[in-house]
Design a protein around this ligand. Sequence first.
Ligand code: PSU
Ligand code: MN
Length: 331
Amino acid sequence: MACLLRVTSRAQMARSLSHSRRHSSYSYPFVYSNEVRDAKADRKPIVALESTIITHGMPYPKNLETALEVEDIIRRQGATPATIAILQGQLTIGLTRDQLQYLAKAKGVIKASRRDLAPVMAARQDGATTVAGTIIAAELADIPIFVTGGIGGVHREGENTMDVSADLTELGRSKMLVVCSGVKSILDIGRTLEYLETQGVTVCSFGESAEFPAFYTTRSGYHAPHRVSDASQAARILQSAYRLQLSSGIVIAVPVPEEYAMDGNVIETVIKNALLEANNQGIRGKEVTPFLLAAVSAATGGVSLDANVALIKNNAKVGADVAFQFQKLRN
Ligand code: PSU
Ligand code: MN
């Protein structure tokens, strides 16, 4: 149990854990896989991964293949993957192969953002954590590095609909470094960057370019406010944020590998059609993002899915490197 006692530096969490030993109704809020528990005990680098991308972001079996490959890439880089989900009400940090397979095929898994975590747990349902949901779990478990494909953002017309992903407010309140490929241009990228600034989130492009990437394309037309050239620089920024006791996050935006980048005009046309279709069908709220992801994927055939898989694998490599460098600074 020693590893559980080290789960977090937060005094509040420590109090609730010591409380839980006396009052069984407050049990630990999560369980680890054996692999993650061992990595914690050995102070090895760990990389958190979300599960909404598995249940709502990609079709079966590509979702499962990708989830397994991403985990293997992280292992090959010397880090431990921790895919996070709620299984029958149990927040689980690190999924076994069987659990990943179950989730990838399951129907009716609830997309779980901050507001959904408690009801899904209370009803003992299955929930796939979004970026926001995953950040909350990873922070509880003191896993500061998280890899995904794209984060949520301010939707187009967001100034009217107020559809702003809870991912952005969560990034504003968590000491988490998220490696992603920016945001899809189904969103309003300019307003997303403005919102991140308001939330105090440090946004960095990764590599040679100072441009904030747009998921399928390396260019968005917007500059990232900062740039890092490698994993150790990213790790040092996280270390500085810790020293400053900032409770806000860092986004490291890695462009899709050039050979998989798509034509910006093609993507824009596809997205415009998908937005029209969403509007015609009256798609609202949490259904919007999964609807648009599926519509874009369908309209581009396998091409956008290939890009999606390629970029997340590349992000996994970068994230594992950052986790490795950060753990060196911490140990
Ligand atoms: N963007 C992607 N792929 C995804 C998602 C976003 O390119 O799979 C998922 C992530 O889980 C993200 C969530 O946290 O959608 C955002 O949903 P919403 O816009 O409803 O907050
Ligand atoms: Mn929304």
